[in-house]
Each structure stands twice: as C-alpha cells, then as structure tokens.
Write a protein that binds this ligand. Structure first.
Ligand code: ADP
Ligand code: MG
Ligand code: ZN
Length: 645
C-alpha cells in the first residue's frame, strides 16, 4: 500500500493524455502532408499540348498514362531534353488523333484511363495512412520515454491528478495499535465531515497535521485511513515528486496541486516524506534554489487556502528535526501526531489485523509472538505474517502454525538486527532497571506518581526506553533544591545499573549530558555554587536559535568551574546510589513488572511502590492537569527520553 499503488489505481487522467495525443496528431498531419506535397512538387511539371505533340514526334516519350483530365508523360531514359525523374503532364484536350500519333511512334507504351479504385486506395494508403501510422507510433514512443507525458509536455503540470484516489478504502480498523495517533486523527476526520459545525462558532479549522514516527509504523496507512473515514478524495504526493531538475517546476506543481484540491474540497492533500522539500532553509549544505522555491510556495499556499471548505494537508516524515521551523508554526502544520513503535498490546492487535485473511491453526498464540518482537514495527509484523504463510505453503500445510510464525520472526528479526534495535533479554533487564531508577527517585522526592508511564519499547531517536513525566504546573523558576534533585534523578539510571548489575553501560550518555548542563548552569549562570557565589561566568547568545552559552572568564577560572561541576555531579551520583540502595526491594519489584509487561503506568508504579513501603493507598491523585513540560527549557515534548545509544 504505497504511492506506487496509487499511481496504478488512480485512473489515468484524460486531460493530460488528450493534450499529448493532440500534439502527436498535429505533428503527424503536418509532416505527412508536407512529405506528400514535396513528393508531388518534385515529380511533376506541366508541358503545353503542342510541346507534348512535339515530344511524340521527336520520339522522346516512353510511356503515356491517361488519368482524368491529364495525360502523364514519362520521357525516355535516352532523352537529353527531359529528365526522366520528373513526371511531366499535360492537360487533355479534345484531340481524336492523339492515340493515332502515339501508335504511329510505335515504341510508346500507352496506358488507358485508370478507373481502378483499388489502386487509388492503395495510393492513399501508401501516401497517407502508412506514414501517419509510423509517425504516430514513433512520437508515442518518444513521449513515453520522456516519462508518460511528464517530460517536456508535462513541465509545470501537477502530478497530483495522477495520484488522486476517490476512496482509499482504508479505515481506522485497518490500523492497529496506534491508539493515540488515531484519537487525534478522529478529530480531524470530524473537521472534514462537517466543517460548518466548527466554522459556525467561529473556530478556525486546522490546516495541517504532521505524522511523525519511525519508518514502517503506519504513517502512510493512517493518512489513507483518515481519507477513507472521511470519505473524501485523497491527493497523495511524495515530497520528492516536487523536486525537479528545472527550477520553478516544483513551485508550480505545488500551486497546481492546491488549485485542484481546492476545487474538489473537502479533500485531503497528503505529502509523504515531506522532509524532501521541507528541510530547513538555513542548512549549511548550500542553498538549493529549487527546493527553497518549492518550500516557499508550499508555505504561501498553506497560508492562502481557505480551510473552512474542509481542505486538510497531512504530511508524514521520520525526520521532524530537520524540518524548516516555518513549516511548524501555528497555521501550517500546527498539529503533530506521533506515530510510535507499537507496544505489546499494539503488536498483538497488528498481528490480528494482518491475520484476518490467513488461515491459522490452533497452536498460534499471538501474545507469545508479540513478546518476542519488542521493537518491531507494523511493517515488520505484516511482513512476518506473510512470511509465515509462505512458509506453511512451502511445507504443504493448510494453515499457519506457531512454528511458522516463530521461524518468520527469526527471519525478519535476525535479518534486521544489525540495522534496527530489538532488545535482547539482558538488555531489557538493564533498560528496565535504568528507567525504574529514574522514576523511583522522582517518586521518593515527591511522594506522588512520578511518571505517566514507562516503556522499554525501543524508541525512535536513539532512546531505548523512556519515561513520560506527569504534567506539572508550568514552572518558570526552579529553586536550588529542585535543581539538585534533578541532578540526582538524572544520574539515577546509571546508579541503578551499577547497583544491580555491578557494571555500567553506554545507555546513560544522554542523562550525563543533561546533568552536566544543569550543574554547569548552576555554577556559571544561576550563582548557586559556594565557590563562585553570585559571579556571572557565562552569557547566553542568540537565545531563540541555539541557546548556547559562552563562558566569559579566564582560563584558570574555567578549569575551576569544571572542578566545581565535577564535584556536584559526584555528590549527586552518590546520593542517587544511596537512595536506590535503601529502596532496593521496591526497585526490584517494579523492574520485574516492567520487564514482563514492557509498559508500566504511573498508577501501577505507585501501587507496587506503596505496597512495598507499606504506605496506605491515597485518595485518587489530582488529575486533569494540562500537559506541560516538567522542565520548560529542556524538552519540547512531555516525554523525557533516556538511554541514548
Ligand atoms: P510508514 O509510512 O510509516 O513508513 P506504512 O504506512 O507505509 O509505514 O506501513 C507499511 C505497511 O505496514 C502498511 O501497509 C501495513 O500493511 C503495515 N502496517 C504498519 N503499521 C501498521 C499498523 N499500525 N497496523 C496495521 N498495519 C500496519
Ligand atoms: Mg510512508
Ligand atoms: Zn536515563
């Protein structure tokens, strides 16, 4: 189910083909008639009747042919006065003696009136039909070679028409697992269904939504499902379709696409792999005029169109970080839908979806398969199901068995292991303890749900596990105590690894970076160290771009700062280890739960925590707080990712 299929499914547009056909026919007519008239011009020359009589007398003629009101004359080869290659003719006059004169000459070949229509038809075929057919064939092949009429003829024409699919036929039921993504898209479907409902109140409809997630998680599928659910046309284009050799072509394609889409609104425009055009314009790679023009056009079209008609631009990418910030600002792709790798439950559901048409025997247990495929995405699982079915056929069986499935799991996973991360049993344990370490210390400090959930499903951007923080009130100020607590929490993952496994892994790189940044800021910017007190040691440059800080102190001071930072980190780490050791029992039990289930919610976490510590159940926690980052300046999303590899 990819673009290619759209291309084939979508009916060839008649408009463009008719254009190409017309051009071919025109060229053919012009060329063939030129050819014919050129042939005639070269061949014929009129002579007077008296000259004709003279020619007979002089014995210059080899053959005469009576044709209508003309007498066609072919001179002898030996003739010096007349060129044999030229067809001479004279207008027939009422001369009863002409035949006698010719017969007198003796060696003249006389051919009577040509009444045979067959040869007229033959002439027509040879002179017109055959060359035309040849010509059309040739031109057709030429245009085809140029890319189905998109070469010279198609420059500046939008490809969108080719891709339009009236009904995608895909529904949300075909997409399993991605519940969060589906939820936000359901809302979008409602916009398309009845835009008036929103516009009546004065609400502006969102113009665009960006589907973000790793490859194979079902972004393209979801976009199709949105169109299928809303029963609206679906214009699908890949970002690279816009990027052409000729400058300005991409921009005009964008213009055409939006024009067409607006005419058939409500509808969805889907731009797959938008990073091909949406790459940040200030990239160091040197300007690409074509791409920049295309992007600018897209930006202005997105500002220009009227969303109240129910036109929605969906885009998908697996590299959101390289997109131009202008694309992401409100009024354009202001909604971001995360399409993440499926968790255990999601994987079971995906397997179910893809086994709908597969005959399974009674040994099959999807849960077992899903447990063995942590980190696999929807495309992997679909592929696995298919491989298993093929395997069953190969062995001459009537249904797929659990063994087939396991074999295909190995086939797909081992094949992928190097490219992609599937956690081994040991890694799962380490990652679990690491994440629980972070969460447990947060819980100890706040005595509240530390997290919304922890999962150890391998994540997109290098993170192996992640902790979704509980939203708190928005904070603009942090006390020194809070910052110190943050340091301890950041280092708790590493501390847990050391306590439990007596060894450390590369998984804490991100945590260490974050902790160091906090500690350094405390010393150089916030005046929170004993050694330097209130002395400002760093300034921030271009806050809205990089937010980088520059030290403005002497070299000796700089090395003292490093020492101070090191001291703070060391004591925070020691504190983390002490706290975790004291709560070893809770850590073990929570980690066991996580290893087994892959995901633990904040509630489940606290249940275990309180049970182990003997704390009575509390009243239901205050919920419904708006989702906000815990540490405003650090992470743009409510989730904090860990265990960078
Ligand atoms: P992406 O666009 O994210 O790279 P696709 O949407 O092209 O991935 O998915 C490729 C195929 O994998 C789909 O056609 C579908 O068969 C399968 N697939 C992926 N995710 C899911 C899912 N969540 N549920 C069901 N099938 C899925
Ligand atoms: Mg895709
Ligand atoms: Zn961590």
């Amino acid at each position: 189910m990819d673009n290619n299929q759209n291309r084939n499914n979508g009916k060839k547009p008649s408009g463009q083909n008719i254009g190409v056909l017309t051009v071919i026919l025109l060229i053919t007519v012009v060329v063939v008639s030129l050819m014919n008239s050129e042939l005639k011009k070269r061949q014929t020359e009129q002579v007077g009747y008296e000259e004709f009589v003279q020619m007979i007398k002089d014995g210059e003629i080899e053959e005469v042919r009576f044709s209508g009101n003309r007498i066609l004359i072919t001179p002898k080869t030996s003739s010096t006065k007349y060129n044999r290659l030229i067809q001479y003719y004279t207008v027939r006059v009422q001369d009863s003696k002409v035949t006698d004169r010719l017969l007198e000459q003796g060696d003249v070949h006389i051919i009577g009136e040509d009444t045979n229509t067959g040869s007229v038809i033959l002439n027509f075929i040879v002179g017109w039909v055959l060359p035309s057919a040849l010509m059309i064939l040739l031109l057709y092949m030429m245009f085809n070679r140029m890319g189905g009429g998109n070469g010279i003829m198609g420059v500046g024409k939008s490809n969108a028409k080719v891709y339009v699919q009236k009904e995608t036929g895909v529904t949300f039921a075909d997409v399993a697992g991605e519940d969060e993504a589906k939820e936000s898209l359901v809302e979008i479907v409602d916009f398309l269904h009845n835009p008036q409902k929103y516009t009546k109140i004065g609400a502006k409809l969102p113009k665009g939504a960006l589907l973000v997630g790793p490859p194979g998680t079902g972004k393209t599928l979801l976009a199709k499902a949105v169109a299928g659910e809303a029963h609206v046309p679906f214009y699908s284009l890949s970002g690279s379709d816009f990027v052409e050799m000729f400058v300005g072509v991409g921009a005009s394609r964008v213009r055409d696409l939006f024009k067409q889409a607006q005419q058939s609104a409500p509808c969805i425009i889907f731009i797959d792999e938008i990073d091909a055009i949406g790459r940040s314009r200030d990239s160091r790679m040197g300007g690409n005029d074509e791409r920049e023009q295309t992007l600018n056009q897209l930006l202005s079209e997105m500002d220009g169109f009227d969303s109240s008609k129910g036109l929605l631009v969906l885009a998908a990418t697996n590299r959101p970080e390289i997109l131009d910030p202008a694309l992401l600002r409100p009024g354009r792709f202001d909604r971001r839908v995360i399409v993440d790798k499926p968790d255990l439950k999601g994987r079971i559901n995906i397997l179910k979806v893809h086994s709908k048409d597969v005959r399974l025997d009674e040994t099959v247990d999807f849960e077992e398969i899903a447990l063995a495929t942590s980190g696999a995405v929807g495309a992997d699982l679909a592929n696995m199901m298919n491989e298993a079915a093929i395997n069953a056929v190969k062995h001459g069986r009537q249904a797929v068995s659990q063994k087939d499935l396991f074999e295909s799991v190995e086939l797909v996973l081992v094949g992928k292991e190097k490219k992609d991360r599937i956690l081994s049993q040991e890694e799962r344990r380490i990652v679990s303890y690491h994440e629980v370490g972070h969460a447990l210390l947060t819980a100890l400090q706040k005595d509240a749900e530390p997290v919304q959930k922890i999962t150890i499903v391998p994540r997109t951007m290098g993170a192996l596990g992640y902790v979704m923080q509980v939203p708190e009130e928005e904070k603009f100020l942090n006390t020194k105590k809070e910052l110190e607590a943050m340091l301890v929490v950041s280092l708790a993952g590493r501390a847990a690894e050391e306590i439990v496994f007596d060894t450390v892994t590369t998984g804490a790189a991100n945590d260490i970076e974050q902790a160091t940044r906090i500690a350094r800021a405390m010393v150089t910017q916030y005046g929170m160290s004993e050694k330097f007190g209130l002395m400002g040691l760093a300034t921030q440059e271009n806050q809205y771009l990089t937010g980088r800080t520059v030290l403005n102190c002497g070299e000796a001071t700089a090395s003292e700062i490093d020492e101070e930072v090191m001291k703070m980190l060391k004591s925070a780490y020691a504190e983390a280890k002490r706290l975790l050791s004291e709560n070893r029992e809770a850590m073990d039990q929570i980690a066991e739960f996580l290893i087994e289930r892959e995901t633990i919610t904040g509630k489940e976490f606290m249940e275990i925590f309180r049970r182990v510590k003997g704390i009575p159940e509390q009243a239901p926690e205050q919920s419904a707080a708006p989702v906000q980052e815990q540490v405003p300046e650090q992470s743009p999303t409510p989730e904090q990712e860990h265990m960078q590899q």
